[in-house]
Design a binder for this molecule. Sequence first.
Ligand SMILES: [Zn+2]
Length: 334
Amino acid sequence: MRNKNNSKKKYRLNKRGKIVLAVLIVIAVALFAVIYSGVLIHEPTISFKEGTATVYMGYSSKLTVQTDPSDEALPDMTWSSSNKDIATVNSAGKVTPVAKGKTTITAKSRKGQKITCAVTVKKPLKTIYLTFDDGPSSNITPKLIKLLKENNVHATFFIVGYEAKENEKLVKEESDNGNCIGIHTYTHDYTQIYASKAAYMSDFNKTKKLLKEITGKTPTVCRMPGGSNNGYCNASLGRSIVKELRSQGFKVTDWEASYGDSTVKPTKASTLAHRAIKEIKWYDSPVILAHDSSEKETSYEATKTLLKYFKKKNYAFSTIDKYKGDPPLFLQMN
Ligand SMILES: [Zn+2]
């Protein structure tokens, strides 16, 4: 015990030592406070480019902050939304709408600058359901995935099984990027699949199993090759297939608008885009048919035009799994 006491005594500070230590602590705390409060941090003056912004449901939008002097880099900022039920904001200033209404987005710099932007969330005028059949292809699909991602929109891909087997990574990437993966067919052989309901379902289930294996998700949407009313199967067989698919919970969709890109000889991109834009305008929630098989370079080019055109009009893009009710069908079911 005595030894322990002695060793304690050995390290005890005298009065002068205590004063020095206290002064050092005060200096350290003051220094920390100064640095933390941002007094020593250099920052340009920041402001929002626009005082107010309108964002549309289905679109995320990045608010633009400008600096003065303009050539200086943006300081670190923390972001917040006054009403997260209307829109949320991430650490990069990207606003994601949740519901119609108003919210205020605030950005605060470390030095204490605080700027605000009044954001109104509105419903888009129209929702477009872009669908691509017959992919994936190693040349067109990657470009399409990139284009959709850059535009922050999603589409539905109706997959051909034997093509997916060759390009599994592309199907996974489509799915991982938020696009909807639907079943088209495994073989795309009209004579074989429309021989009977059993033949159709056998081909269908093979594709369903493959897509589940690739994406980890069971598909919930499908499109019959040639549409539900085609020259390869009579209406009664068509109806019995649609009934079977619906009874399994699938949304079966044909289309309303089309690029008109089913021809063997490629059509000029401007012609495809012109037709698609014209037909999309006829419907409230158009489901539009296009293709991303290997020979459809002009369909990809037309998609670029179409996205640019409709994004400017603040139309939204969505996927068939989110379609309210039954999507369009050529066959009369009753
Ligand atoms: Zn097809």
